[in-house]
Design a binder for this molecule. Structure first.
Ligand SMILES: Nc1ncnc2c1ncn2[C@@H]1O[C@H](COP(=O)(O)OP(=O)(O)OP(=O)(O)O)[C@@H](O)[C@H]1O
Length: 269
């Protein structure tokens, strides 16, 4: 294991028993993902992109320790994941906030369980509210916040636990385009400030290329790694029109082609 290595996927395969329509009361094996192998380095921002059903959520559930691989294993700092843990924080598409708690209450939730003193919760609450730009909205309840604000609270809540790895499952998919772009750059800023290792799942090619230092392109049936594309974009936050940057255009085209090639190969033109 190199000093930089944070997460290692080793021959990760996940199968499910599904109903066999051809035989009554019997099941067959469905392979959702097959032989996934790659390494994520400490502090890296990795995006995973692939068509619907290629196993993105299955991979995230495995990383979160919610399910176990059928074959292979996932290691964090050389230790196999055997269940959920506070070393990983997850942010989902749906905000999953407690409606009866304020923004601050949601962020502070669980710090008590970590054995942190009340004074320290407040400090941490302030720090993370400020990090996501919501200090003025600390006392608002989720229903009084916009979608983007709710997602900021969800990110702050995950970070407040100080996880080593932040897992994000299409966190901006339900937001309008403008809010999504704002949150993408905020997430980059937060990543630069905190140095967390981030794994971000998305359907969006632009989002994957804008955020990821590397984009893991998945292909379906069964889900597997088609290619890992290096994105050598610099100054993502400083470049006002990053979508016109030649490296962005090149990388976007490469990822697009990897995702769409199978359609063209199968087409009778
Ligand atoms: N518990 C389960 N039992 C049976 N099949 C499952 C189960 N969970 C997932 N699958 C199947 O595994 C495959 C991968 O599902 P998964 O939800 O991981 O895909 P995804 O890439 O996240 O899809 P989407 O982008 O649509 O959210 C799908 O074909 C799905 O039907």
């Amino acid at each position: 294991m190199s000093a930089l290595e944070k997460i290692r996927f080793e021959h990760v395969t996940k199968t499910f028993a599904i109903r066999d329509e051809t035989k009554k009361r019997s099941t067959k094996t469905f392979t959702a993902i097959e032989d996934i192998n790659f390494v994520v380095n400490e502090g890296e921002f990795i995006t995973l992109v692939g068509p619907s059903g290629c196993g993105k959520s299955t991979l995230l559930d495995l990383l979160g320790g919610l399910t176990k691989p059928t074959r292979g294993r996932i290691l964090i700092e050389g230790k196999e994941i055997t269940g959920p843990g506070l070393d990983r924080g997850t942010v989902f598409q749906q905000y999953a906030l407690f409606p009866w708690k304020t923004a601050r209450g949601n962020i502070e939730f669980g710090l008590e369980a970590k054995g942190i003193s009340k004074r320290e919760w407040k400090e941490k609450g302030d720090y993370y509210l400020d990090l996501v730009g919501l200090i003025k909205f600390a006392d608002r309840y989720p229903h009084e916040l916009s979608g983007g604000m709710k997602q900021r609270v969800a990110i702050a809540r995950s970070l407040a636990f100080n996880p080593d790895v932040l897992l994000l499952d299409e966190p901006f998919a339900a937001l309008d385009a403008q809010t999504r772009e704002t949150l993408q750059s905020e997430l980059l800023r937060i990543w630069k400030k905190t140095g967390k290792t981030i794994i971000f799942i998305t359907h969006g090619i632009d989002e994957a290329v804008y955020l990821g230092q590397r984009v893991v392109v998945l292909s379906p049936n069964p889900g597997s790694v088609r290619k890992i594309v290096d994105i050598s974009l610099k100054n993502r936050l400083e470049d006002a029109d990053i979508h016109s940057n030649p490296e962005f255009v090149r990388a976007r085209h490469e990822v697009w082609s990897l995702l769409h090639e199978p359609e063209f190969l199968g087409a009778n033109i």
